[in-house]
Design a protein around this ligand. Structure first.
Ligand code: SF4
Length: 428
């Protein structure tokens, strides 16, 4: 076994020993599935956003052209035009209701994600953005729009170019076999074509773009695929690139549903993550932005993620979107019929809502704060420090003064460590 593998081998063994081997996606806290149902109740919360808090907005577009094998997001596959048009009208209605419920301050970071927002036609994209821009928005707010290679066209990029600041494309793999098994609906050749189109248009229209890749997919020749990504990145130097390790599921669902990964697989994934990190930073000149992203320029940053993880307020728009404000988490229904029926009765389409306990706020602040700050660190109380001591002792977390951060070793297993923190702090 090579030297590098020995290190990853002992790291993987340590993770298994402490019960942190599962790579579950911690997208928010508390887990949305555990937030109580409130459906059918009139949502009448009047919320004022304090000066110290920024405001983010997330818009969910619930349509896709198919179901990818690894995906756990709710979506309607191949919607007809009537369904999309209806969704756009409902979104406008939801926005009006939200405006009535909030004493607004300007939005600092916007994100239109999905699903696949680029499923919409150029005209529909224009309409969607026009609706959203009725919210008060800060002049230099960050604004990201997600696209997918199979639905992106020149015309759509041109519509987006003057309206958003950042286009993020989910490429995921550049290997035909992997794309096939992942049930993506394009070939590696199509992906290259759309990447070059995005690059060309970004030079012409001066927007930034991000490319997403996933490692750990079924039938993925890992080294080959990663080699192709890095070769492409060296050639075209995208402003931002995000590398996700395939999650075994989302923490919203019961952990027991997912099979625990084998030691060899954890070793492999840890070594790939380290290889990407080294190449991106040491050879290609990128800087880290959060846990999974690398940027060449400040505009490449995803300010939306940072804003939400740093415990600011977030509004949600669209089916299954979730938001957070003033110690309260809420989630819209993911059922399109219910979303429509509630809005037609002038109810906000909120399905789950919860005012967080002190303990939940503590866990949320710690887990998301670590995600936001990475190796920079957040302040924690002595009590919390005591509870996460095993992670500090094993070198997954660093403690400098009253600040806790991921160590370089912990960063390689960041979601695994976040899961450990939730599991153990919830038991206290
Ligand atoms: S395109 Fe995205 S949201 Fe749609 S099924 Fe695939 S991964 Fe899920």
């Amino acid at each position: 076994m090579k030297k590098i593998d020995k290190r990853h081998f002992s790291l993987a063994k340590e993770l298994i020993e402490i019960g942190a081997e599962q790579n579950m996606f911690v997208r928010c806290y508390p887990l949305l599935g555990e937030v109580p149902l409130v459906i059918g109740r009139k949502q009448s919360t009047k919320v004022e956003i304090p000066k110290t808090k920024k405001l983010a907005l997330f818009v969910y577009v619930p349509f896709c052209t198919g179901k990818c094998s690894y995906c756990f997001y709710p979506k309607k596959v191949n919607p007809n035009q009537k369904e999309i048009e209806e969704y756009l009208v409902l979104l406008e209605k939801e926005m009006d209701l939200l405006m009535k419920n909030f004493k607004f301050k300007k939005i600092y970071a916007l994100y239109i994600g999905g699903g696949t927002p680029s499923c919409l036609s150029p005209k529909q994209i224009e309409k969607l953005i026009k609706t959203i821009k009725n919210f008060p928005i800060e002049e230099d707010a960050s604004f990201t729009f997600e696209v997918s290679p199979e639905t992106l066209t020149s015309e759509k990029i041109e519509v987006l170019a003057n309206k958003v600041k950042r286009i993020s494309m989910g490429v995921q793999s550049l290997n035909d076999k992997t794309l096939f098994f992942a049930r993506r609906r394009y070939s590696a050749r199509d992906a290259y074509e759309k990447i070059f189109l995005l690059k060309e248009k970004s030079n012409e229209f001066k927007f930034v773009y991000n490319l997403d890749f996933i490692f750990g997919l079924k039938n993925q020749p890992l080294e080959d695929d990663v080699f192709n990504w890095l070769k492409l990145i060296q050639e075209i130097k995208p402003p931002a690139v995000t590398f996700y390790e395939k999650w075994e599921g989302m923490r919203d669902r019961l952990k027991i549903e997912f099979r625990k990964p084998k030691l060899e697989r954890i070793v492999k994934l840890l070594s790939i993550r380290e290889l990407i990190d080294k190449r991106m930073r040491q050879q290609l000149g990128y800087k880290r932005d959060g846990l999974y992203r690398y940027i060449l320029c400040p505009d490449g940053k995803c300010n939306y993620c940072k804003t939400v993880w740093e415990d600011n307020f977030c509004l949600a728009l669209g089916p299954s979107a979730y938001g957070y404000f003033a110690g309260m988490i809420y989630r819209n229904t993911s059922q399109l019929n219910l979303y429509r029926d509630l809005l037609r009765k002038s109810f906000l389409p909120v399905e789950r809502k919860k005012v967080l306990s002190k303990k939940e706020i503590t866990i949320r602040t710690l887990v998301l704060g670590l995600k936001a700050t990475g190796t920079k660190g957040i302040s924690v109380s002595r009590e919390i420090e005591h509870l996460i001591e095993p992670l500090i002792k094993k070198g997954f977390l660093n403690k400098i003064g009253s600040k806790i951060s991921f160590s370089e070793k912990g960063l390689l297993a960041s979601d695994r460590i976040s899961n450990w923190i939730i599991d153990n702090l919830e038991l206290e």
